[in-house]
Design a protein around this ligand. Sequence first.
Ligand code: AMP
Ligand code: ZN
Length: 264
Amino acid sequence: MNLEKKVQQTLKRIKINKKEKILLALSGGKDSGIVAFVLKKLGYNIEGLHINLCVGKYSQTCEKKVKELCNKLNIKLHVYDLKKQQGQTMKEIWRKNKNLNHCSACGVIKKYVMNKQARKLKAKKIVTGHNLDDEIQTFLLNIFKGSPELSANTGIITNNIQDKKFIPRVKPLFYIQEKDILEYAKKKKIHFLSGKCPFANISYRIEIRDFLRKLSTKEKNNIISNFENLKPKLNKIKNKNKNYCKICAEPCRGNVCKACITLK
Ligand code: AMP
Ligand code: ZN
């Protein structure tokens, strides 16, 4: 089945209304760029959000790429500048969180900003470009860390906390392998920022990614279907506390949300 059909089928399962506003998180990379291309083609009501993490030249290049894409596809773009709007650059945040690897800290901040901005812009869903390879990596990483329940809420839709302040995150490329995304981009002559973030220091994830590269499509699909079969069980052992952060009032599980702990 081709990529567009797969995306259509995935979105059908979560019944997104074509009129409802969805906020597409655009990094400047190929995955979220392809999502923009396909969703626009399918007629969804999308606006873009780019978070400028203020890590120097790399951030400037990413923002430029996102702007070019949105101009080309006629997508309204919202740029969130971390330094201007949050008061700290990602580099400053990393310096304060030496116990966290860069990607974990960055992930926490990005999800936090996405949720708040989606609410502010009255979007009903957040859409990201995570693909099948990313999802398998996360699932296996959580198993290796001894916390498989952390995967309980991932899937084509992440409804982490059942609360009206929490905007569900959707992954239209959940069932699509990176190699098929690359092939699609090539076929459609879509050019994106290649190469990964120069600050990524998640060696464990990279090892898993390299291991996964050796697997066949069938094996990867088996991992994903095992994960989906396990989900109801993982849900039972998951921490389901619902709370509001004492500092920022965002929905979270403990007393203070992960973003406030990271931002300090
Ligand atoms: P990553 O966490 O870099 O693997 O990216 C996963 C997804 O998060 C991307 O496909 C985008 O949808 C989103 N994303 C990553 N970085 C940004 C960013 N700087 N601004 C907005 N969305 C982002
Ligand atoms: Zn908070």
